[in-house]
Design a protein around this ligand. Structure first.
Ligand code: SAM
Length: 256
């Protein structure tokens, strides 16, 4: 990978953040790798309920943008996808490589910035990101890269916090409440006081605009509603809240 100094400031900060955090994410990665059926987001809603993945994936080429511990890539590889995982953090990729060895399931893992994917254009049928580059990279850049590396007709799938959640969660160590705490207009780059990273949160109109500008047609927006029995290890939202309002959402778009 290019040396740190060549990376944009927010990518450098997020890389350092994830290098430091990797050890705290290893256990979650281990549990997710061991799951037979994909489950999505912090509430682990099963694929059979949400229908996130495109049909007929076997033999297709896929890429995970900001793969972290690479469990999403592992689920795809088990479905016959020729998958590649890329991530900016070598420490996250080290966990992913260990889990590959433990599960005897190998696919390429590349240390790279999703804003500059080191692949030629029109190589992939599916690009996917679960709280990966879609949350931590600049949407103007990573969506443009996704458009470049997907073939016409290729699918883009990504899961992020909902804008409603982002408007309702307190800046410091809080749990989402039922009041809007910040303006929706102008929301984009978000830095939380207790977190060294840089996140990007867009209103729905801005996601639609950036996707269409880069040659995507929006096919679906799934607002994830957890089941009554769902649990999460994250403390920033309660089940009661997430049963009333979407705490996370999944975009599905098609490359024209
Ligand atoms: C919450 S993890 C999500 C990945 C995966 N779903 C998981 O939970 O293991 C976020 C990942 O995005 C990666 N990331 C952040 N910015 C990135 C960028 N610009 N390019 C590639 N990866 C990036 C981080 O290094 C981190 O591993």
């Amino acid at each position: 990978m290019t040396h740190d100094g060549a990376l944009p400031e927010h990518v450098r900060r997020n890389r350092a953040r994830w290098n430091a955090e990797a050890r705290n994410y290893a256990a979650g990665g281990e549990r997710a790798w061991a799951r037979a059926e994909p489950t999505w987001g912090i509430w682990h809603v099963p694929e059979s309920r949400l229908g996130v993945l495109p049909k007929n994936l076997a033999g297709r080429a896929g890429i995970e943008l900001g793969c972290g511990t690479a469990y999403v890539s592992a689920w795809l590889a088990r479905r016959g996808v020729q998958v590649v995982g890329i991530d900016a953090s070598p420490a996250q990729l080290a966990t992913a490589r260990r889990l590959q060895r433990e599960h005897g399931l190998h696919f390429p893992l590349i240390e790279a910035d999703a804003e500059r994917v080191p692949c030629r254009g029109a190589m992939f049928d599916l690009a996917i990101s679960e709280y990966g580059a879609c949350l931590w990279a600049d949407p103007d850049r990573w969506v443009a890269e996704a458009a470049r590396i997907l073939r016409p007709g290729g699918k883009l799938v990504f899961l992020v916090n909902s804008p409603l959640f982002t408007l309702c969660v307190p800046a410091e160590n809080g749990v989402a409440g039922d009041r809007l705490l910040r303006p929706a207009f102008g929301m984009r780059r978000v830095e939380w006081p207790d977190d060294p990273g840089v996140e990007f949160h867009l209103a729905h109109a801005d996601w639609i605009r950036v996707l269409r500008r880069n040659g995507f047609e929006v096919e679906d927006l799934i607002e994830v509603r957890p089941e009554e029995s769902s649990t999460t290890s994250y403390e920033y939202v309660t089940l009661e809240w997430a049963r009333q309002w979407p705490s996370e959402e999944i975009w599905r778009a098609r490359r024209r």
